[in-house]
Design a protein around this ligand. Structure first.
Ligand SMILES: CCCCC/C=C\C/C=C\C/C=C\C/C=C\CCCC(=O)SCCNC(=O)CCNC(=O)[C@H](O)C(C)(C)COP(=O)(O)OP(=O)(O)OC[C@H]1O[C@@H](n2cnc3c(N)ncnc32)[C@H](O)[C@@H]1OP(=O)(O)O
Length: 213
């Protein structure tokens, strides 16, 4: 039987400088814009100009898209939209692997992730669970693969601005089909659960001399 170390960090750990710091600042801007709202007295035209100037600067120094794809997949990915410290869309969620082969993590979501008033958007919950189930497959003892079917059940609304716990585990695998489940909890109660069938298949990582697409 495979044995696992206690509580292994599975999500890329953010640095407090370089691109990770810039991305953290970008997340703060996205949050602040939504909090400010259309009636804000902030000088929005000036802000838009400043933000455009920043984007111009980034674009000026960005590699070709295919070169960037190669770079993104050259090592341990840091760009995904759930845990990635280089992705401003990622909340980010920090996942850990547990000795029993399951994964767990916590996250607190703010206004950009709102669905019903004061509650997390259901599509965001599905995104977090899809990713957590995928990570559980790669952490656990069985095979991993791509999401084939994801069933999501919304048991109760999921609160914004409160710490959520996300858990996932691989239940079984047979041939190329993998069954994986998980849930999002608030205050110890299950808000959302997911039951997924993953299929053991992988898209090849882009490499430089193949064009990187
Ligand atoms: C963020 C990074 C994500 C990329 C991960 C890669 C590496 C990263 C490194 C570490 C990983 C760490 C974390 C991963 C985190 C998150 C994961 C994100 C998950 C995704 O974001 S992933 C994108 C969404 N996903 C797709 O984009 C799939 C598109 N689709 C296809 O690529 C094919 O459609 C495929 C492959 C699904 C099947 O195609 P196929 O031809 O290989 O399969 P085939 O027909 O041979 O069936 C073989 C057996 O699977 C059963 N089966 C087939 N299809 C099924 C289905 N849909 N549902 C349920 N069961 C199904 C059959 O019933 C048969 O079962 P049986 O053997 O029992 O008869």
């Amino acid at each position: 039987m495979t044995t696992y170390a206690e509580n292994v960090p599975l999500s890329p750990v953010p640095n407090d400088d370089g691109i990770d710091a810039a991305v953290a600042a970008a997340r703060r801007v996205v949050n602040a814009l939504l909090h400010a709202g259309a009636d804000s007295a902030a000088p929005m035209s000036d802000i838009a100009r400043d933000l455009d100037r920043i984007a111009d600067q980034l674009e000026e120094h960005a590699p070709e898209r295919r070169e960037r794809f190669v770079g993104m997949w050259a090592g341990r990915p840091r760009h995904d939209p759930v845990t990635g410290p280089e992705n401003a869309l990622a909340p980010p969620l920090h996942l850990h692997g547990l000795p029993d082969g399951s994964v767990t993590g916590t996250v607190t979501l703010g206004l950009p992730y709102q669905g019903p008033p004061g509650c997390v958007h259901g599509g965001i919950s599905a995104l977090l669970l899809d990713h957590a189930l995928g990570v559980a497959n790669s952490w656990g003892p069985g095979p991993d693969g791509m999401t084939g079917t994801l069933s999501v059940r919304y048991h109760r609304t999921t609160p914004l601005f409160e710490e959520l716990t996300i858990r996932a585990r691989q239940e079984s695998s047979e041939g190329r089909r993998i069954r994986t489940t998980g849930e999002i909890l608030a205050h110890g109660e299950v808000c959302v659960s997911a039951d997924g069938i993953f299929v053991a298949k992988h898209v090849a990582r882009p490499v430089a001399d193949e064009g990187g697409r």
